[in-house]
Design a protein. Structure first.
Length: 119
């Protein structure tokens, strides 16, 4: 199983980035997909999650209204559109395939992509 995240980079506060995660080696539509992030010295945080069909979505309070998770089962890809970025959004972002939306469920992790928000 491979989860290849891309789209990270350096952006000014208030800007936008779109992360993508291309999955292979698994039946993508059988898995909920999640985005986690981890900043230096901080605990890992579940940012957003989407169920297998895409009709159930959850967000962390810290990103609700600014981030949008979506998926394309035909392309085996999950996205995270990040708008109005803040300094505190700086972190490594990981995509995860999970058997359910339950917070503690995660089966496969991607390699992570760095997002850095500057002032």
């Amino acid at each position: 199983v491979q989860l290849q995240a891309s789209g990270g980079g350096l952006v000014q506060a208030g800007g936008s980035l779109r992360l993508s995660c291309a999955a292979s080696g698994l039946t993508f539509s059988n898995y909920a997909m999640k985005w986690f992030r981890q900043a230096p010295g901080k605990e890992r945080e579940l940012v957003a999650a989407i169920n297998r069909s895409g009709n159930s979505i959850r967000y962390a309070d810290s990103v609700r209204g600014r981030f949008t998770i979506s998926r394309d089962n035909a392309e085996n890809t999950v996205y995270l559109q990040m708008n109005s970025l803040k300094l505190e959004d700086t972190a490594v972002y990981y995509c995860v395939a999970a058997r359910s939306l339950s917070p503690g469920a995660y089966d496969y992790w991607g390699q992570g992509t760095q997002v850095t928000v500057s002032s």
